[in-house]
Write a protein that binds this ligand. Sequence first.
Ligand SMILES: NC(=O)c1ccc[n+]([C@@H]2O[C@H](COP(=O)([O-])OP(=O)(O)OC[C@H]3O[C@@H](n4cnc5c(N)ncnc54)[C@H](OP(=O)(O)O)[C@@H]3O)[C@@H](O)[C@H]2O)c1
Length: 168
Amino acid sequence: MKAIVAVDMKWGIGKNNDLLFDIPEDMKFFREKTKGMTVCMGYNTLLSFPGSKPLKNRVNIVLAPEGVERDDCVITHTLQELSAELKKYNTDEVFVVGGAMFYKTMLPYCSEVYVTKVQADGEATVFYPNLDALDNFKCVYVSDEIESNGLKLNFTTYKNENPLPFEV
Ligand SMILES: NC(=O)c1ccc[n+]([C@@H]2O[C@H](COP(=O)([O-])OP(=O)(O)OC[C@H]3O[C@@H](n4cnc5c(N)ncnc54)[C@H](OP(=O)(O)O)[C@@H]3O)[C@@H](O)[C@H]2O)c1
């Protein structure tokens, strides 16, 4: 599976259960990469979407606390349940889409991470692990810099040299 995330210059990803920035070009990138795929996420991330609704045109699988039930997406309550559910899908077509807690849990199982790097400080309260500080992650692609909504950004790709099977 893969992860996709937008980070600021401190690897910050969010505050007040919302994104740090509104970046149309990054939203477009996210849509293009994940359209038709399976996206999995923590419950706070589902709640952070407009109307707390799952993403359209994608299978949405959510790791949620006990007691949460929904009929508009697939809900799992434990990592074991999530692992069993994900076996139904082609692992190359599964994207981890947040948030901080869930990204951290799933990172060892991700073979690739698409990181949009925004050259700004969004004063985040939640962060993605700094992949430059992890021995098994290597940055293999950096796009040219673009500007969107007044912000400078690059699209980058990191590869995990030793992804673990998601067996819990
Ligand atoms: N910049 C980006 O690309 C990006 C993308 C997505 C989200 N975000 C941001 O990330 C923030 C939300 O992150 P978050 O860390 O608060 O929430 P989160 O990871 O989306 O969700 C946390 C919830 O998922 C469950 N969960 C997650 N990992 C779990 C685990 N290993 N085991 C059991 N349950 C687990 C937790 O259940 P329990 O309550 O039972 O522990 C908790 O209810 C928001 O600000 C959002 O905007 C940013």
